[in-house]
Design a protein around this ligand. Structure first.
Ligand code: UDP
Length: 244
C-alpha cells in the first residue's frame, strides 16, 4: 500500500497519532545531531504552500508532517489517499507530555502571552511532575530579544521545544533557527498552550468525534470566522486539484 497521501501536492504520511508518537519517541531516544521539525499541516498551510515557495520548502524539509484537520483527512479519502485520522498539534502535544512524564523528557515552552506562558508551565508541572521544564518564554518578544531566547534554548538543549507563536510563523521561526536551537524535536502547536492553560476552552470529545472541532472553535472565538472561510475554499480547490 502507498505510504503517503498527496493533498494539493503536499505529501502526508499515512500515520495515526499512536504511530506519530512512536516515531517521535524513537527520535528522542536516538542520538541525532539535527533538529527534527514536526509540522502539523492544516488547510491554511496547504493553501499557502501553493504560492509561497519558501513555506513549501519548509514543509518539504520537515522531519515529519501530520494531517492537522478533518478537511485534509476527508479530501484524502475522497481522492483515494485514505489518511487514517487527524493528527493535530494539540493531541500530539498532550501525548508528548504524557510520554515525557513517563520517560522524563525535557521541554522548553516558547509562545503565548506572558500570563498564559507562566500559567501553562504551572499546570503542566502539576499534571506531569516527572517531566522537566528547562525553560520558557512568552511569544511577544521584540526582535532585539530574539537572539537571547535562541541562545538560551540552545544552551538548555531540551528534548522537545514547543513553539506556540501561531502558524506559519512558528514553522518559519523553527526552520530559520534550526541549527542553533539544539533541541531534538521542535513542534509548532498553534493555540494549544492557551487551551492547556485554560484561557481558551478545550473542544469536548463529543464535538471532536463528530468532526465539528472547527465549529466549536468558531463559537468560542467568533473572530476566527474570516480564517475559517479558508475551509470551503480548501475543499473545492483540493478536490479539483490535479495531483502530479
Ligand atoms: N502568539 C504569540 N506571539 C505572537 C502571536 C501569537 O505567542 O506574536 C501566540 C498566541 O498567544 C497563541 C498562539 O500564538 O497562543 C496562536 O494561536 P492560534 O490559535 O491563532 O494558532 P494558529 O492556529 O494560528 O497556529
Amino acid at each position: 500500500m502507498e505510504k503517503y497521501a498527496t493533498v494539493m501536492g503536499v505529501k502526508f504520511p499515512k500515520m495515526t497519532l499512536d504511530r506519530t508518537i512512536e516515531v517521535l519517541t524513537d527520535v528522542i531516544e536516538e542520538k541525532r545531531s539535527e533538529l527534527f521539525h514536526v509540522i502539523t499541516v492544516n488547510p491554511e498551510i496547504v493553501i499557502a504552500c501553493q504560492k509561497d515557495t519558501s513555506l513549501r520548502s519548509i514543509v518539504d524539509e520537515a522531519g515529519l508532517i501530520t494531517a492537522d484537520g478533518i478537511g485534509i483527512v476527508m479530501v484524502s479519502r475522497l481522492r483515494g489517499g485514505n489518511l487514517p485520522e487527524r493528527v493535530t498539534g494539540y493531541d500530539t502535544l498532550l501525548r508528548l507530555l504524557d510520554s515525557g512524564n513517563q520517560k522524563r523528557w525535557s521541554f522548553y515552552f516558547l509562545g503565548a502571552d506572558p500570563i498564559t506562558n507562566e500559567k501553562v508551565c504551572e499546570v503542566i508541572r502539576k499534571k506531569y511532575p516527572d517531566l522537566s521544564i528547562l525553560g520558557r518564554h512568552h511569544g511577544f518578544f521584540k526582535q532585539t530579544e530574539e537572539d537571547k531566547i535562541i541562545e538560551e534554548i540552545g544552551d538548555l538543549k531540551p528534548d522537545i521545544l514547543v513553539v506556540a507563536l501561531g502558524a506559519p510563523f512558528a514553522e518559519r521561526w523553527i526552520h530559520n533557527n534550526k541549527s542553533k536551537l539544539n533541541a531534538k524535536i521542535a513542534i509548532g502547536v498553534g493555540g494549544s498552550l492557551d487551551v492547556i492553560a485554560g484561557k481558551v476552552k478545550e473542544t469536548p470529545e463529543s464535538w471532536k468525534r463528530l468532526n465539528l472541532e472547527w465549529l466549536f472553535r468558531l463559537i468560542q472565538q467568533p473572530s476566527r470566522w474570516k480564517r475559517q472561510l479558508i475551509l470551503p475554499k480548501f475543499a473545492i480547490r483540493a478536490l479539483t486539484f490535479r495531483e502530479k
